[in-house]
Design a protein around this ligand. Structure first.
Ligand SMILES: Cc1ncc(COP(=O)(O)O)c(C=O)c1O
Length: 491
């Protein structure tokens, strides 16, 4: 047997895999297995322990996914460099020979990312294998620029079932994530004579950049507690980009009367609404609010993405488009030569069809829901300020008293090895200024499970030190219009 000889104690009989997994996790966590240690091959360990090889493979796969182990191509499975293992590093008997990647900051609480270690590797690998064995040779040819029919049908079913979107396979376009989709949309709308797109303020700077890179202007729409303000639309804009289910970043939901007002504007103006439903599957306190697209499928482009549900690196997204935009969008894909890899499309279609996509979402949704509650509880011990935004998505806001305080907190966090974003520091304000509300945008989904407690501790420590010592008061008027956070800001 290659690799170290392991003493793992008794491996239980029923549920053997779980016991092996737990024993290995404990051995790494306690430092008995130090970073870089090469583990026995799965065949050898299975024979040693009287388990099936599949059980050992499953345990290794799970621990790799959780970040305790790493698979090193050509050299098997090794113990990962887990920086905060209890007693980790005390043993000096093994020397790390694994290539050491550049060390990331200890704690990553940036918004916009799921827990990457939860990616359903085994299910995805099975879907790739199954999809490839079943695919015709034709499926591997230059395909339909709209996406493979099998995936478009699976997505149409998925978005109508889970988000109430009016869709069929003919109205779906497969994209390489929402950023790709937005670039295509800006190009297509520009071709139809649109000169400006209204965008939420605050909103993602990257969205504004993609719009302006296509030669269009991005004009601001103030986001208040009921979402973006349709009253600020002017005839200059020919489209509006919105995040109705969970505004990014403020976390509010677009109110029904505002949805109706945006739709009425689009009809009057002969314009379009782009509904960016980037984290619509994740609502924790009630059923998710259905998509706005169903109100006006001829005026609203619905956009979904696998970046939050699976992982951003998958680079898969989808649009459900009004008939009049389909041709211009297909032209934009052809002109830019940016269609989506067929094998990935086949794998996603299989994952959805088998129910593994839904199962994965249900599983991580429970974890994120618990984390959001723990975050709120933990911060309540160091600041009287409550979290802002509805209980949804992968991020929450902690309002702060000023832009200066926000910068101070983000800088102090960076010195402690914590990556954090703020409304000012991450460029969310379209029209920045010191009078704009300040807040941390805490991405609580990002840390892998083994780092979650430590991440909470580190965050609470820096918030308590920098912003938690005074009783909060409001820093601005209670008037709606994006100038007053709904929670009381920490000083
Ligand atoms: C507001 C918003 N929309 C969309 C996306 C998804 O973009 P993509 O599908 O290109 O990863 C993100 C990801 O961070 C986001 O924050």
């Amino acid at each position: 047997m290659s690799g170290v000889d392991l003493h793992l104690g008794a491996i239980g009989d029923g549920g053997k895999g779980r016991s092996l997994e737990a024993a290995l996790r404990e051995a790494v966590r306690s430092g008995r297995l130090v970073a870089g240690t090469r583990l026995p091959g799965t065949r050898g360990l299975a024979a040693d322990l009287g388990l099936s090889r599949g059980t050992v493979v499953a345990a290794y796969t799970q621990l790799v996914a959780e970040g305790w182990l790493v698979g090193v191509p050509g050299s098997g499975t090794r113990v990962a460099d887990v920086p905060f293992g209890v007693g980790h590093g005390e043993s000096t008997t093994a020397v790390s020979t694994a290539p050491t990647p550049p060390s990331p900051p200890d704690v990553d609480l940036r918004p916009g990312r799921p827990d990457l270690s939860s990616f359903p590797r085994t299910a995805w690998a099975s879907s790739v294998r199954r999809a490839l064995s079943a695919a015709s040779n034709d499926a591997l040819d230059y395909g339909d620029d709209a996406g493979l029919p099998v995936l478009r049908a699976a997505l149409a079913d998925y978005v109508s079932r889970t988000r109430g979107v009016a869709a069929d396979a003919g109205s779906v376009l497969v994209t390489g994530g929402f950023m790709h989709a937005l670039g295509l949309l800006a190009r297509a709308l520009g071709g139809l004579g649109v000169r400006a797109v209204a965008t939420e303020d605050p909103g993602l700077a990257r969205h504004r950049e993609l719009i302006t890179a296509a030669g269009l202007a991005a004009v601001p729409l103030t986001v208040g507690r009921d979402g973006a303000d349709p009253g600020e639309l002017t005839s200059r804009a020919g489209a509006a980009l919105l995040t109705p289910a969970h505004q990014h970043p403020r976390g509010v939901v677009l109110a029904p009367d505002r949805r109706a007002a945006f739709v009425a504007w689009a009809r009057r103006r002969d314009g379009y609404l782009i509904e960016d439903d980037y984290d619509g599957e994740f609502r924790y306190d009630q059923q998710p609010v259905g998509a706005m697209q169903a109100l006006a499928p001829d005026r609203v482009v619905y956009a979904g993405s696998a970046s939050k549900a699976l992982a951003p690196g998958v680079r898969l997204g989808w649009l459900v488009v009004p008939p009049a935009l389909r041709g211009p969008l297909l032209e934009a894909i052809a002109e830019t030569g940016t269609s989506v890899p067929a094998i990935d499309q086949l794998a996603l279609a299989d994952l959805i069809a088998r129910g593994d996509y839904d199962r994965h979402i249900r599983r991580v949704r429970l974890m994120y829901r618990r984390r959001r509650a723990e975050l709120a509880q933990r911060l309540a011990t160091v600041t009287p300020t409550g979290l802002d935004g509805v209980a949804a998505g992968l991020h929450a806001l902690l309002p702060l008293a000023s832009a200066d305080r926000e910068r101070e907190l983000v800088d102090a966090a960076a010195r402690d090895g914590i990556r954090l974003h703020g409304l000012h520091t991450a460029g969310y304000w379209h029209r920045p200024g010191p009078e704009r509300p300040a807040a941390l945008i805490i991405g609580y989904a990002t840390p892998p499970p083994h780092a979650w407690r430590r991440s909470l501790d580190a965050l609470a420590a820096v918030v308590g030190r920098v912003a938690g010592q005074t009783v909060a008061t409001r820093n601005s008027s209670a008037r709606d219009g994006g100038r007053s956070p709904s929670a009381r800001p920490a000083k």
